[in-house]
Write a protein that binds this ligand. Structure first.
Ligand SMILES: CCCCCCC/C=C/C(=O)SCCNC(=O)CCNC(=O)[C@H](O)C(C)(C)COP(=O)(O)OP(=O)(O)OC[C@H]1O[C@@H](n2cnc3c(N)ncnc32)[C@H](O)[C@@H]1OP(=O)(O)O
Ligand code: FAD
Length: 705
């Protein structure tokens, strides 16, 4: 295709060039007829699939959580995709902000109707809970960016379920699940996101009318950011400082109607709008919201964990003061799965493209190699596949832990909540941070074409990098985990029992140095020793600072960098451990080749992180330089071993093209054809000469401006 353009620009006048160009456009569109560029799949990809030595669907089933889950997912996908209305004729990224939003609403309604009429009847509510990733995955066939309804099912409904009394649930849930009302979660304000005890919106109880008066006392108290708030939602959860009988009881959740159910006009006393263009999330109408002494009925306070009686008496029901934060914990757990899924998409795009793309010469005069044959490319990409597995399996494990703690709490036992909070915080922080960095690595691995929006890599990045910030910023959440770790260390030091995920401390407090052994179990143990070493160093620093006269808070603050590193190391060890154990468990009955390739990926992940942290290994364990050299050698052997199966491994993620939405990553590998097809949809190609030529360019070029 390149040869058709060569020299055109040099030999033709601009107008002739455009004329020639528009002719060229038609030629391109005729490519299918004259077979100059084939419609058939790329040959290199076909060869890659032929050389794959394991059964791809076996790994698909493992990742889905079993063969039945795969069948159900495929059924749901086929229902959604067979509808045929999910694809945009005009790429959504080429639309203006209003059209983009309107198109997103059109598709959200269409998708919701399919889910309500066809999916829920098939699966029941399970698809909204433990199996919700199926719906999330299918939704990506409809939205390249984000649905304005994301927060409705993602946070509004879960908050009612987690914070509402049974009566409140039976009133609100049927309306919400039937989409008679659409809601969001408005917690963050202009002035405060992280420090939620500092929120400024007030909810003051008036016993005379049995109402709460919701008020935004100043600009910084305006709600800011909630997805779907700007234009879509007519209800929302508002998190506000509760005042009753002259006393403030801290933040509580309220259900607040903000728009008329019929006209959709904002109600009197409510000021609502959209916050303006963002790095991503541009179809999600993130909004602002302010209240002017706006009244809501008393029973719109979500009262499962605490209540305000008719006379204004405050009653604490819950046994743990942080249960109001429950929705955040739930979403943090969900996000680990969410980013694993997006990283798997990026890896699929980059690996397939790297099998199609040929560049440079390894040996003079030889054909250009597929770029996936460069070991540096393998180094960039295979860790992405392995990390997607690691995070997917960790997310399944975290979900099980979450469900168990939730079941305990239903029986009034909150004993394991601190451990769940520490785990969900650090796993959310690390999974989002790793995924964002690796999606960007995938984009870079695709060279210039990765920069095209049609590759889908930039949008995946803009979405996933936001997950590192929202639902608790990376640093802030790791510091939460660090609080738990420091306390656990002190417990272990004094010989008291500690909870399962920190049991490694019991051995480490004795002060042994771990001797490296290159097995999977050995690397995991070394990772735990690194975590223990960093926690111990942090404790020593805090104590030293306190000994020198600092208050605990100051000593803690000054040790912040070490504390974050300690929490990161702890979380990395947990991921390595869970990934290993789950791989062994899930492949126990697999065919030998599946076992081998899953083991290779797992070892690759472990060796990768060992090599990334050689300084820590040398400092906190008895690892030697020779050990590092042999680890590096093993890592390079693993790259070579995985190479023939790389395309098979990303095929196992089983993304239909409609969900992947990428010119570079489609199953058939027709990369260049798709790039050109998408380019031709650019609004700038609708006419040969843009009017700005006559208005500005021509006068400039002819000296008449
Ligand atoms: C797939 C669905 C996609 C949905 C899309 C979502 C779009 C985005 C939505 C949002 O972003 S919504 C807004 C989310 N906002 C946040 O996440 C705010 C982050 N901040 C916090 O969570 C908290 O403020 C804080 C950082 C945890 C601090 O809270 P606080 O100041 O109240 O506590 P501390 O004094 O630091 O700690 C006291 C004590 O409480 C324990 N703790 C804190 N949080 C929890 C919890 N969630 N559960 C259990 N325990 C908790 C903490 O560990 C301390 O314990 P001790 O050390 O004293 O024992
Ligand atoms: C795309 C997107 C969607 C969102 N959707 C919603 C939504 O639907 N509903 C909602 O309520 N909110 C939403 N948010 C808001 C989000 O939850 C907050 O932005 C997030 O919790 C971070 O808070 P912040 O913006 O106040 O950052 P800040 O707290 O101001 O953080 C700024 C910097 O200060 C550092 N910092 C802050 N506190 C500390 C500390 N104690 N110790 C050390 N460092 C600290 C942070 O690490 C960070 O580097 C959304 C945000 C985004 C980007």
């Amino acid at each position: 295709m390149g040869t058709r353009c060569e020299g055109l620009r040099d030999s033709l006048s601009p107008i002739a060039y455009y004329e020639e160009y528009s002719h060229f456009r038609l030629d391109c569109l005729k490519i299918d007829d004259n077979k100059e560029l084939s419609m058939s799949a790329n040959e290199d990809l076909a060869k890659e699939r032929a050389r794959c030595d394991f059964n791809v669907s076996e790994i698909t089933n493992i990742l889905d959580g079993g063969i039945e889950r795969t069948k159900q997912r495929k059924k749901i996908e086929s229902i959604a995709l067979s509808n045929g209305k999910c694809c945009d004729v005009t790429p959504e990224e080429t639309l203006g902000p209003k059209e983009r939003y309107e198109n997103a609403i059109r598709k959200s309604c269409l998708y919701t109707k399919i889910v309500k009429d066809q999916v829920l009847t098939l699966t029941g509510l399970e698809v909204l809970g433990s199996n919700s990733s199926v719906l999330r995955r299918t939704a990506d066939a409809f939205f390249k960016d984000i649905s304005p309804f994301l927060l409705h099912l993602g946070m509004f409904v879960p908050t009612i379920m987690g914070q509402g009394t049974p009566e409140q649930q039976s009133y609100w849930l049927p309306r919400a699940l039937d989409f008679q009302i659409i809601g969001t979660y408005a917690q963050t304000e202009l002035g405060h996101g992280t420090f939620i005890r500092g929120l400024e919106t007030t909810a003051t109880y008036d016993p005379d009318t049995e109402e709460f008066v919701i008020h935004s006392p100043r600009l910084t108290s305006y709600k800011w950011w909630a997805g779907g708030l700007g234009k879509t939602s007519n209800y929302c959860i508002v998190v506000a400082q509760l005042y009753t009988q002259g006393k403030c009881y801290g933040i509580h959740p309220f259900i607040v109607q903000i728009r008329d159910e019929d006209t959709h006009m904002p109600l009197p006393g409510v000021r609502v709008g959209e916050i303006g263009p963002r790095m991503g999330f541009n179809t999600a109408d993130n909004g602002f919201l302010g209240f002017d002494h706006y009244r809501i009925p008393r029973n719109h306070m979500l009262m499962k964990n605490s209540q305000v009686l008719k006379d204004g008496t405050y009653v604490k029901v819950a046994s743990h003061s942080k249960l109001t934060y429950g929705t955040m914990v739930f979403v943090r757990v969900m996000l680990v799965n969410e980013v694993a899924f997006n990283l798997a998409k990026a890896a699929t795009i980059a690996v397939r493209y790297s099998a199609v793309r040929r560049q440079s010469e390894k040996i003079s005069g030889e054909p250009e190699p597929q770029i996936i044959d460069y070991v540096t490319q393998q180094h960039k990409l295979f860790v992405c596949i392995a990390t997607a597995h690691a995070l997917q399996l960790s997310s399944n494990w975290l979900w099980k832990t979450f469900s168990a703690v939730l079941a305990d709490m239903r029986g009034g036992n909150t004993e394991n909540l601190p451990e769940l909070h520490a785990l969900s915080s650090c796993l959310k922080a690390l999974s989002t941070s790793d995924s964002a960095a690796l999606i960007e690595q995938c984009r870079l691995a695709c060279g210039g074409h990765g920069y095209m929006l049609s590759s889908n890599l930039p949008l995946l990045y803009s979405f996933v990098t936001a997950t590192r910030t929202y639902e608790g910023d990376y640093t802030v959440l790791l510091l939460q985990t660090a609080r738990f770790l420091i306390k656990a260390w002190e417990q272990a030091e004094s010989g008291n029992p500690v909870t399962p995920t920190v049991s490694y401390m019991e051995e480490a407090v004795v002060g042994n140095k771990y001797k490296w052994n290159g097995s999977a179990e050995g690397i995991i143990k070394a990772a735990y020793y690194v975590a223990a070493g960093k926690i111990s160093s942090s404790v020593t620093s805090i104590r030293k600072r306190m000994k020198n006269g600092k208050a605990f808070e100051d000593a803690w603050e000054l040790t912040g960098v070490q504390l974050v590193a300690a929490a990161e190391a702890h979380c990395r060890a947990v991921i390595c451990d869970v990934y290993r154990k789950e791989t062994v468990r899930l492949t126990a009955n697999s065919s030998p080749n599946v076992k081998t390739v899953m083991d290779q990926l797992n070892m690759l992940y472990l060796s990768h992180w060992a090599l990334e942290r050689t300084g820590d290994l040398l400092r906190y364990t008895s690892t030697t330089e020779d050990d590092i050299i042999s680890c590096q050698q093993r890592y390079e052997e693993l790259l070579a071993a995985i190479r023939p199966n790389a395309v098979g491994l990303v095929d196992a993620f089983d993304f239909p093209d409609e969900i992947l939405q990428s010119t570079l990553g489609a199953y058939d590998g027709r990369v260049y054809e798709r790039l050109m097809e998408e380019a031709l949809k650019s609004p700038l190609n609708a006419e040969p000469v843009n009017r700005s030529f006559h208005q500005y360019l021509k006068p400039l070029m002819q000296g008449k401006l």
